[in-house]
Design a protein around this ligand. Structure first.
Ligand SMILES: Cc1cc2nc3c(=O)[nH]c(=O)nc-3n(C[C@H](O)[C@H](O)[C@H](O)COP(=O)(O)OP(=O)(O)OC[C@H]3O[C@@H](n4cnc5c(N)ncnc54)[C@H](O)[C@@H]3O)c2cc1C
Length: 517
């Protein structure tokens, strides 16, 4: 006997769980997210949100609200620098200006916004779209069978248990993912880089910022290494500390949590600020910096997403963004299979497409940790840095539902100018005649795009939208010849493109492959 039935149960109602719920709702599929905590994030945590995340939020009608909220806290032109201390010398610049070099590639921009400000916006949209979010509720068991899964939920206030019948489960239950552990899925990569802390504080450091308006300020001195994020008032912020002491090769250097007292936290803060200002410590959080990815993203009807699937050090701001991209890839597939529009094999493509990119992203976060926090440890086992923009909008996916590219060199990332409409990549942004972006055409269904021209066969199977694009230079940007066509998925990825003129049979076959029907 079960107490209720719902197509998808999401374990975890934080950044990635809520994004999955919102996206499923946008496809008309109800979900139930369960979350142990009484509400959304209480700490700022993630702050740096990438272009691709903003493109997804734009698709969900949230871009304006998120940008306005971001401006309440951060400058839109902030960058990432390193200092000895806020009062001391500047040591270097990692990112001059958050949006430098992105113009023309996207209809939106990167932003700094704190996770505790972003999550309620996503949650509200998810609820508007029909999702159910149940707080103070824990998923305690998942039993799978041939037809579905039964999830046992415990109300953390009353202790009552109930059973929910579902078709699929998304485990967005964080870096210690109890679900991943229950499924016996191992993590690979660089374990325990440091036992780090985050000190949330209030102190008037406005003058020390000297109009620098930075989104992230790394601190590098003989006593500690980490970074600040401080809001634009200069009064609120947090300091992450990854290592203490000068010799980062020592085991003691990576254990910042050892012997931590409020007095020691205050002393750390004073050292990083570089002068003794009145300060209030609001909270201190202990966490483990690691760079790991799950060996599998699926076990039967359960899919791992977010920190449950990959754990990164915060350097580079990849954690939440990568999880949001997991949700983007997975949600439309679950919806299409649940609605009977796609074959169940479509769900196999989630792991095939995302796992290599998760590993790449984890390695790149590790590269940023190694080079920004502990450069003395050298570059053994550290991959060369890939430009942020390639990791945001230049990723290349491969699977059975994406057309194979002839002479594929196996590249996982490309410079945006070199993408050329290749299957497996994000469909490029171009401004349409009505001022919208090509990206504004994607989201709810498969879309066929064709260049304008004589005798264009503007046809698509039922349930697939079709557009003739007059924007320049569409054919070149999408790599199409006269009479050609390209097929874009709801997650904005190119599934297929014709090598020559494409008529009904080619498009119909491409749609069938993309949906695994
Ligand atoms: C200091 C810091 C700075 C960061 N900066 C950035 C940044 O700039 N950009 C970025 O993209 N990322 C950043 N991150 C990473 C980002 O915060 C995480 O990647 C993100 O929160 C992951 O979201 P998630 O939903 O996967 O997991 P979580 O946020 O960990 O949420 C998992 C949720 O699942 C719940 N849960 C677990 N098990 C159960 C269960 N059995 N039943 C019910 N609920 C359960 C938990 O209570 C939790 O709320 C930063 C992290 C830190 C610590």
């Amino acid at each position: 006997m079960t107490d209720e039935e719902i197509p998808v149960v999401i374990i975890g109602g934080s950044l990635v769980g809520l994004t999955t719920a919102m996206l499923l709702g946008s496809h008309g599929v109800p979900s139930l997210s369960v979350e142990r905590h009484p509400g959304t994030a209480i700490h700022p945590r993630a702050g740096h949100f990438q272009l691709r995340t903003m493109e997804l939020l734009r698709q969900m009608g949230l871009e304006a609200e998120v940008r306005a909220k971001s401006l309440e806290t951060y400058s839109p032109t902030g960058g990432i620098i390193a200092v000895e201390s806020l009062a001391g010398r500047e040591l270097g610049t990692y990112v001059q200006e958050l949006n430098e070099g992105v113009e023309g590639f996207s209809p939106t921009v990167r932003v700094f916004i704190n996770q505790d400000a972003l999550e309620p916006i996503i949650r509200k949209r998810a609820l508007e779209l029909g999702a159910t979010v149940r707080n103070r509720t824990e998923a305690v068991a998942v039993d799978q069978d041939a037809d579905g899964a039964t999830v046992t939920l415990r109300d953390l206030d009353s202790g009552d248990e109930r059973r929910v019948r579902t078709r699929y489960v998304v485990a967005a239950d964080g870096n210690r993912s109890p679900m991943r552990a229950r499924l016996g899925i191992e993590m690979h990569g660089h374990r325990e880089l440091s036992r780090s802390i985050t000190i949330y504080f209030r102190a008037d450091v406005g003058e020390l910022l000297r109009d620098r308006n930075q989104g992230v300020i790394y601190v590098h001195n003989p006593q500690l290494r980490g970074f600040f994020r401080i809001d634009r008032t200069g009064g609120n912020g947090f300091l992450v500390i990854n290592t203490v002491g000068e010799d980062v090769t020592q085991e003691s250097a990576i254990d910042v949590q050892a012997g931590l007292t409020e007095e020691r936290a205050r002393e750390f803060l004073r050292i990083a600020i570089g002068t003794g200002l009145p300060m209030e410590i609001v909270d201190v959080a202990n966490w483990r910096a690691e760079a790991t990815w799950a060996e599998r993203l699926r076990a039967g009807r359960v899919f791992l997403a977010g920190d449950a699937a990959h754990v990164v050090p915060p350097n580079g701001g990849f954690g939440g963004n990568t999880g949001i991209q997991d949700a983007h890839n997975l949600a439309w597939k679950l919806a299409a299979v649940i609605k009977g529009e796609a074959g169940p094999a479509l769900l196999d493509s989630y792991e095939a497409e995302r796992l290599p990119l998760c590993e790449l992203t984890v390695q790149q976060a590790y590269t940023r940790y190694a080079t920004r926090v502990v450069p003395e440890r050298g570059t053994d086992g550290v991959q060369p840095p890939v430009p942020d923009i390639e990791l945001e909008i230049g990723l290349v996916m491969r699977s059975e539902v994406i057309q194979r590219v002839q002479d594929d060199d196996g590249a996982l990332h490309l410079a945006p100018a070199a993408i050329g409409g290749r299957p497996g990549t994000r469909a490029p942004h171009l401004v349409l005649a009505d001022g919208r972006s090509t990206l504004d055409l994607f989201g709810s269904q498969l879309v066929v795009l064709r260049p304008a021209g004589d005798g264009v066969d503007d046809w698509a199977p039922p349930g697939v939208a079709s557009h003739v694009i007059v924007a320049e230079p569409f054919a070149e940007t999408y790599g199409l010849s006269a009479g050609g066509a390209t097929l874009v998925r709801p997650d904005g990825a190119i599934a297929w493109r014709s090598l020559g003129p494409a008529g009904r049979p080619e498009v119909a076959r491409a749609v069938a492959t993309a949906l695994a029907t």
